[in-house]
Design a protein around this ligand. Structure first.
Ligand SMILES: [Zn+2]
Length: 180
């Protein structure tokens, strides 16, 4: 088995399927065996025990809804870029797109302060967004309307924990369960 037991499982709340935590595979299997959780997604791998094999989950959900205080998502530059899927809020370009004949990579994207820091703008989710270097440079120390630029969306504070982002990007199968 390739790395399965050492992998991680996304644990969702009951009913809402809101991400709660990232747990180890043994802990996930314990929750399943105790009938406290159900499998939502499997990895396709199997955990072999004596005379038995157990499908390794990738995403599980608690059977019951538990009341957890909403954790405030901690602001980070990486968090902003991931929240915005490395899409420029001004021109919508993404990695793989072109500006002036040059193909962009993730390193060509930065965190733009809508209200510039030099003018009192804060490092908060609602004042920051992903921008390509080109737009970031063009905007400079101006407000978007002063630079004749428009936001393609309104930057929002993520509703759920940024746990998954904090530990790096999770498996593809997790993505649809991680709401912002
Ligand atoms: Zn741009």
């Amino acid at each position: 088995m390739s790395g399965g037991v050492h992998g991680r499982v996304l644990l969702l709340n009951g009913r809402t399927w809101e991400p709660l935590s990232v747990i180890s595979i043994p802990r996930a299997i314990n929750l399943l065996l105790a009938e406290k959780a159900v499998v939502i997604e499997q990895t396709g791998e199997f955990l072999r025990t004596v005379g038995d094999r157990y499908p390794v989950p990738s995403v599980i959900a608690l059977r019951a809804y538990i009341n957890v205080p909403r954790r405030k998502a901690h602001w980070s530059r990486r968090g902003v870029l991931v929240r915005d899927s490395f899409t420029c809020i001004y021109c919508n370009v993404q990695p793989g797109g072109y500006i002036k004949g040059k193909m962009l990579t993730k390193t060509d994207f930065t965190v733009d302060h809508i209200i510039p820091k030099s003018r009192g703008g804060k490092d908060v989710w609602t004042n920051t967004a992903c921008a390509c270097y080109h737009c970031n440079h063009r905007k400079g120390d101006r407000l978007p309307h002063e630079a004749g630029m428009k936001l393609s969306w309104e930057p929002k504070t993520p509703r759920t924990s940024y746990l998954v982002i904090a530990i790096g990007s999770g498996p593809e199968a997790w993505k649809r369960y991680i709401e912002y």
